[in-house]
Design a protein around this ligand. Structure first.
Ligand code: GRF
Length: 192
């Protein structure tokens, strides 16, 4: 199994995934970020597929094709999104159908989207959490592989709550990826 990880930010989930010894062959990013630095420091190949437009002229299909090509260069067969902030064209999911994973900082199907932690806090829920799921063409949708609850504490800010959720993610995400790889390899062995 050859994993490609997509990042845009601090890369603390990437760090946990690498520390778990998962077979990551490339880390790709849409912008220069700490995630790329972490990969380079650990001797993992990096691909910066820089997104140059965040406006209405963004060529999502063209950009997605570049990301596909970058991962294909490294013969990736499982894609792990770890804080990747660009929504890709559905051709990406078609290319790795059922083999694209995402971790979302809320208990899906609640609080989809980029502001999940702030939305959970604003809604006044007592418990939120994180969800690892197989990505589909729909944003923050698709079969759930694992979820973990995280309590909201009085006085929580978006930052403090997100950090507590990320502590849970850094344990749940590597373990869930490992379990999926084991399941895929077991199924492949049975098929001969
Ligand atoms: C995580 O909370 C993940 O669920 C969300 O983005 C955050 C990434 O954090 N999609 P990091 O870059 O791994 O620290």
């Amino acid at each position: 199994m050859r994993i490609g990880v997509l990042v845009s930010g601090t890369g603390s989930n990437l760090e946990a995934i690498l520390s778990a010894g998962l077979p990551v062959v490339v880390v790709a990013a849409d912008r220069p970020c700490r995630g790329l630095q972490i990969a380079a420091e650990r001797g993992v190949a990096t691909e910066l597929v820089e997104r140059t437009s965040f406006g209405t002229d963004f060529d999502r299909l063209g950009y997605t094709k570049s990301v596909v090509a970058a991962l294909e260069n490294h013969r990736v067969d499982l894609v792990v999104m770890a804080g990747f902030m660009t929504i890709l064209d559905p051709i990406f999911i078609e290319r790795w159908d059922g083999r694209v994973l995402n971790s979302h900082p809320a208990l899906l199907p609640e609080f989809k989207g980029a502001h999940a932690v702030a939305d959970a806090l604003a809604a006044g829920v007592a418990v939120t959490g994180c969800t690892v799921h197989i990505a589909t063409a729909e944003l923050d949708d698709g079969p759930v592989l694992a979820r973990q609850e995280v309590p909201v504490e009085s006085g929580d800010t978006v930052e403090s709550l997100h950090e507590r959720i990320k502590v849970a993610e850094r344990r749940l995400y590597p373990a869930t990826i490992r379990a999926l790889i084991d399941r895929i390899e077991h199924e492949e062995q049975q098929q001969g």
